[in-house]
Design a protein around this ligand. Structure first.
Ligand SMILES: Nc1nc2c(ncn2[C@@H]2O[C@H](COP(=O)(O)O[C@H]3[C@@H](O)[C@H](n4cnc5c(=O)[nH]c(N)nc54)O[C@@H]3COP(=O)(O)O)[C@@H](O)[C@H]2O)c(=O)[nH]1
Length: 740
């Protein structure tokens, strides 16, 4: 037997339960130790009757028994066991070598006869043989169950071994199945024909005798085309000679082989199949037939490949996913450590992707991500590892003799290629990116640390204005940790009622009267203390929390303003800032209407401020959205005017009422350049029939300048800082002190 078969036998043995019946205590205990090392369970009995009881109770797979024992001898016990279980292997161990004993054993269908004193090697071989018998029996049972009565071999054999290993006698024991009925054979033949699995029966020379319909369907060969041929006509080129050699060794050694194999259909297509072959032998052990049963497993394999793909790749971009990235980076780290080289991990995050995704829809977002993946692939070397972590986050790992100048160059290349405009859903968009870079081994020696540090560097690139890259340095982790802290407190702030609004008066420059006020959000965190808007509003935007927060601001500003009006205070417009994400919510008009209805505030007392850069991002969308807001009756102002790139053509089409000159232009008045810009903005607003307000007015000189240029309104510390509601109320009560 080949060693593979021996291993199979031993494995089979390890799963078996054995009943050992022996009246001599010493021998029984000694052999029990030997058996326990080889089989799963050993049941012991001291005589035939106890053995019979144990057999009924435990239903073991194999019985080893002495013959001469008190109460009931081994033959009688074996006979009764055989009556209950005709195929169970039985090994007889005895000191008696008389022929009558052998004859009796043969009549009983005993499988092995091992003489005492016991030679443990011979007993071990007998056990292995029985294990093989059990396995073959199981395989035959399987065939038998599927195709009843058709392929059942009709023999087993007994061999008798003496203590020195010499064969004493071998005889065939018939287990004749001839009584199987004619109608059962016909039934089996029908099963054969209608089986969904392909079946091939060959003769001892392995020439095809018969195939069923499923065979023809699967392979494309008709019965006539294959009868008399060797099944190797199906052979593909996917396996070497050693594979087939092993198959045949196993088949002839154990009587059975099953496994996955690639074959070829008549049309030339290779396909994988699950093949199970059984050898049918006659009573002399001569091969009668080979029966092969197989099914096409292409679909199962394709499904498995798909699962394998999904486990390691991002289905949208077909880049490696987070799991595969981690594996690859760990391999690259090991390689770099061996070769004493550096690695660079580039963490790439698209700027304001969420805004685009929310406004243009997820299908457009997917197109952007696919385009980015293509561009990254085209820009990086084949050897570099590229992955999508999820969302709009990508990672690129540069390796093989990496020095900082190479990394600079690569990062610059990536920024440039991602900056190029792309076409999505009929829009031309520019989606910039921010890149954080960590280096192995300087910034970390394991995947987790390198990724975390590159993430911190990416964050810092974003903070520095986006569309750039940054190398990691230790201080970044500190500021990132602080931001994470703020972010987690921010998620709870609304439910904890930690937000309030302050109001900054807006004043008509001509009359000096308060005509409005800007509602400005303030957060007093129970956990972190007061947090400046500049520190949490960008975070709220990045996380999307701004939508819920912004809705709260709208409701609160309207509620407060309506309440002041009900108190009889002079009516004033309340201006509320809308963030980009809020503006892109398709239900924004409903939200605004809801806030007005809930508070009872008339729409003309609510002004919505949108930044110039926001409304110019997608001007056509803006035109429609502004119109929808305008229909509600609110006024609309463009905030931070002068910092974006407005198109005059669009400005004329936007349903706006007011331009708000950015405070950066006011700050340096008098300054030649800024003076000119402010003058031009005022002129433009008036030319377009729009009001104009200057924000950040801090000095009398600035106010005088604005008054001279006929700027309509002003807002700034000169008149008042943003005030809590109670202070603003007092100011409204004191009613409009004129500007000096
Ligand atoms: N989406 C929302 N954004 C909001 C909301 N509330 C505030 N914000 C935005 O946060 C940014 C910072 O706001 P804040 O710290 O409140 O600063 C405002 C004023 O305090 C400040 N200001 C006003 N006058 C002066 C001045 O004379 N000098 C000076 N140095 N600063 C002054 O300007 C900020 C108002 O800016 P703007 O909105 O552009 O009019 C800021 O961008 C807010 O927009 C909110 O509820 N939602």
């Amino acid at each position: 037997m080949n060693s593979h078969g021996e291993q199979d036998d031993q494995a089979q043995l390890r799963s078996l339960s054995v009943l050992y019946v022996e009246d001599e205590d010493e021998i029984r205990e000694e052999l029990a130790v030997f058996l326990r090392r080889r089989v799963a369970t050993v049941h012991l009995a001291a005589n035939g009757q106890a053995g019979l009881d144990a057999f009924t109770q435990y239903q073991p797979d194999l019985v080893i028994t002495d013959i001469r024992m008190p109460v009931m001898n081994g033959f009688e016990m074996a006979e009764r066991i055989r009556a209950m279980s005709p195929t169970i292997p039985i090994i007889i161990t005895t000191a008696f070598e008389e022929t009558s004993y052998f004859q009796k054993a043969i009549d009983l269908g005993v499988d092995k006869y091992v003489t005492k004193p016991l030679n443990l090697d011979i007993l071990a071989a007998a056990l292995r043989k029985c294990a093989r018998l059990i396995r073959a029996e199981a395989a035959l049972r399987e065939v038998d169950e599927r195709y009843p009565l058709l392929f059942r071999p009709s023999h087993s054999a007994i061999s008798v071994a003496a203590a020195d290993g010499r064969a004493v006698e071998t005889r065939a024991v018939a287990r004749d199945l001839s009584e199987r009925a004619e109608h059962a054979l016909q039934l089996a033949a029908r099963v054969f024909e209608s089986s969904g699995e392909a079946i091939v029966i060959t003769d001892p020379d392995n020439l095809i005798l018969s195939v069923n319909r499923a065979f023809s369907k699967l392979t494309g060969y008709s019965q006539n085309e294959v009868i008399g041929k060797n099944p190797r006509l199906l052979k593909s080129d996917r396996h070497d000679q050693a594979f087939y050699q092993q198959l045949w060794d196993c088949l002839l050694g154990t009587g059975h082989w099953q496994g996955e194999i690639w074959n070829r259909r008549k049309n030339g297509e290779a396909y994988p199949e699950w093949l199970s072959i059984t050898v049918v032998r006659d009573t002399q052990g001569q091969v009668l037939n080979y029966i092969a049963i197989f099914s096409d497993i292409s679909e199962i394999k394709a499904a498995m490949q798909q699962i394998e793909f999904l486990a390691h790749y991002d289905p949208l971009t077909r880049l490696a996913n987070r799991r595969l990235l981690e594996q690859r980076v760990e391999q690259l780290i090991a390689l770099a450590a061996r070769n004493k080289e550096q690695l660079a991990l580039l963490f790439i995050d698209l700027d304001r992707f969420k805004v685009v995704n929310d406004s243009l829809g997820h299908a457009a977002g997917d197109v952007i991500l696919e385009t980015v993946a293509q561009r990254l692939r085209a820009t990086m070397r084949e050897v570099d590892c590229l992955a999508r972590l999820g969302g709009d986050e990508f990672v690129c790992v540069l390796h093989e003799v990496i020095e900082p100048p190479d990394v600079h160059a690569a990062a610059r290349r990536l920024i440039a290629v991602l900056d190029e405009p792309l076409q999505v859903a009929g829009h031309t968009l520019t989606v910039t990116s921010s890149i954080g870079i960590s280096l192995y081994p300087g910034d970390g020696v394991d995947y987790e640390t390198l990724l975390k540090n590159a993430d911190a560097a990416m964050y810092s690139a974003k903070k520095a204005g986006r569309d750039r890259f940054a190398f990691f340095c230790e201080s970044m982790n500190v500021s990132m940790a602080r931001e994470r802290e703020i972010e987690s407190a921010l998620r709870r702030a609304l439910s904890l009622n930690e937000f309030v609004l302050h109001y900054q008066p807006q004043v008509a420059i001509g009359s000096g009267r308060i005509i409005g006020m800007e509602a400005l959000l303030r957060w007093n965190s129970a956990q972190l203390g007061p947090i400046a808007p500049g520190a949490f509003i960008p975070l709220a935007e990045e996380t999307g929390l701004i939508v819920a927060i912004g809705e709260w601001v709208l409701h609160e500003a309207c509620r407060q303003n309506a309440q002041w009006q009900r108190q009889g205070l002079p009516p004033a417009v309340v201006a509320v800032n809308l963030s980009a994400l809020q503006f892109r919510q398709s239900n924004l008009p409903e939200t605004v209407r809801g806030a007005l209805q809930a508070s009872g505030l008339a729409a003309r007392w609510l002004e919505l401020e949108l930044t110039e850069s926001l409304i110019m991002q997608d001007a056509e969308y803006t035109i429609a959205s502004l119109r929808a807001l305008k229909e509600i009756g609110t006024t609309l102002a463009i905030d931070d005017f002068g910092t974006g790139y407005s198109s005059l053509a669009y400005l004329k089409r936007f349903a706006i009422d007011k331009l708000k000159i950015d405070q950066s232009f006011i700050r340096d008045i008098p300054d030649d350049d800024d003076d000119k810009i402010v003058t031009a903005i005022i002129g433009l607003a008036h030319a377009l029939n729009l009001k104009v307000i200057a924000e950040g007015v801090e000095t009398d000189g600035q106010l005088a300048f604005l008054r001279e240029r006929h700027c309509d309104e002003m807002q700034g510390y000169l008149y008042s800082r943003p005030l809590p509601a109670a202070a603003m109320e007092e100011l409204l009560k004191a009613c409009c002190s004129p500007v000096q």
